[in-house]
Design a protein around this ligand. Structure first.
Ligand code: DC
Length: 234
């Protein structure tokens, strides 16, 4: 079968990565979390002192260092999960901190950062079938993806999901802070000049406010089957 690309875009905390991982597992496809790549650049910027806050960023410093940021996704056989490495160090947990949350949208609005990440994402996609989630996968990274999904969910439900996720990780944060951060990121993601969050014309919108993960997966697998038939793939 020719490579089949599934693009999963949408707002933060709409369950994109949960769904994308489940599809990848079910269909035996590679999964790439493109948001984690922007988070890795933000983490690097914080660690190297290029970023002090969302309004104090040495943009040129980040751009000049892009060549020295090596991002790798490595499959861990023991945990059965893909782990992300920044210059040889596993950083999965560091990427989800409130410090990174607070600055990642600004970092992801830097055109040179986007260019470098998109190039890398397209390289990963060129290796074969892939499920990738993000904001611009169906519009910019893979405009010819075979299946495009655009996820939405009620803002209160999204904030509740993110809050529970952070609490489970032991992050000390209030529900209000989480909601504010989500609203701010939505606005930044939609209003940035380069590759803003947009629904691709041919994307299928999926509101999962009241859908269980199982039902959502079943629905998408059905869409995948139909799309394959349409494309006459085996
Ligand atoms: O999906 P996430 O919350 O981990 O994404 C982190 C940030 O990265 C988010 O604020 C928007 C940005 N992002 C992006 O601009 N383009 C992508 N393809 C993925 C994420």
């Amino acid at each position: 079968m020719k490579g089949f690309t599934i693009a999963v875009d949408g707002f933060s905390s709409t369950g994109k990565s949960t769904l994308a991982k489940a599809i990848a597992k079910e269909l035996g496809l590679k999964y790439v979390d493109s948001g984690a790549m922007y988070r890795t650049v933000a983490l690097f910027g914080l660690q190297k002192g290029f970023i002090k806050s969302d309004s104090e960023i040495d943009v040129q410093g980040i751009i000049d260092s892009l060549h020295s940021i090596k991002i790798q996704f490595v499959y861990n056989v023991n945990s059965g999960k893909s782990e992300i490495f920044l210059n040889g160090k596993e950083v999965e947990n560091d990427l989800r901190s409130m410090e990174v949350n607070a600055v990642v949208s600004v970092v992801s609005s830097i055109s040179q950062v986007r260019k470098a990440m998109v190039r890398e994402q397209q390289r990963m996609g060129a290796e074969g079938s892939v499920v990738m989630d993000g904001r611009d996968i169906g519009t910019v990274v893979f405009p010819n993806a075979e299946l495009k999904l655009y996820m939405t969910a009620d803002p209160d439900i999204r904030a509740e999901r993110r809050f529970s996720e952070l609490k489970l990780k032991g992050v000390d944060v209030s529900k209000e802070e989480v909601k504010e951060n989500l609203q701010k990121r939505d606005k930044q993601d939609q209003e940035r000049l380069d590759s803003p969050l947009l629904k691709a014309k041919d994307a299928i919108e999926l509101d999962n406010s009241n859908l269980s993960e199982k039902d959502q997966l079943a629905l998408v697998l059905e869409l995948y089957k139909k799309r394959k038939q349409q494309l006459q793939l085996n």
